[in-house]
Design a protein around this ligand. Structure first.
Ligand SMILES: [Zn+2]
Length: 183
């Protein structure tokens, strides 16, 4: 399958589209066909081999991309083949004190999917079922902005501890509202 890969030495001149191996099976993993990706400053940093949030740069060759949506390719763990899903771009263990307090995005033993793991600018990925969210009625454009663009806005709004009241009074996902409010 094709993928956007950065190889040694880091830098945009080492970025290319090339053939890579299909992803293998993974415990609790669900196979996804990637349909859209978002490009972020994070990708620029990864391509240039920069340390992000104290996370070591990946070992090249590395598949770039941390913000993607896709379609489930198999009935597995409650997900149905053909379902549209959003890939949450955090790797987390679910057991440390930060995860247990609802702060899995800063898990002590985790990192950013696409930085500490291969990313999603490719045709197929296998992602932990815990990192998949159903897209539902969200448009592709909004859905693909949720993992990084919207969640960054969400955390910026929530960190002061006083989210706007309407953020808590709707059935629309908070992340989507935060994204829309910050545009
Ligand atoms: Zn954790």
């Amino acid at each position: 399958m094709l993928a956007v890969v950065v190889d040694k030495p880091f830098g945009i001149e080492s970025l290319r589209v090339t053939d890579v191996k299909e992803p293998g099976e993974m415990e609790n993993g669900v196979r996804i066909r990637v349909t859209m990706g978002g490009i972020n400053p994070l990708d620029y940093a990864v391509v240039n081999g920069r340390v992000l949030y104290n996370l070591n740069p990946p070992l090249p060759p590395h598949i770039v991309g941390s913000e993607i949506i896709g379609v489930v390719e198999e009935d597995k763990y409650g997900f149905r083949k053909g379902e549209k899903v959003i890939v949450y771009d955090r790797v987390f263990d679910g057991t440390c004190d930060l995860c247990l307090s609802g702060n899995e995005h800063i898990c002590r033993n985790g990192g950013i999917w696409g930085v500490v793991t291969n990313g999603g600018f490719t045709e197929h990925v296998v992602v932990s079922k815990e990192a998949l969210f159903r897209q539902g009625s969200l448009s592709d454009e909004v859905a693909v902005s949720i993992p990084i663009a919207a969640l960054t806005a969400y955390h910026a709004l929530m960190r002061p501890g006083r989210p706007p009241p309407s953020l808590c009074s709707s059935t629309v996902p908070l992340e989507t509202q935060a994204s829309l409010r910050c545009r």
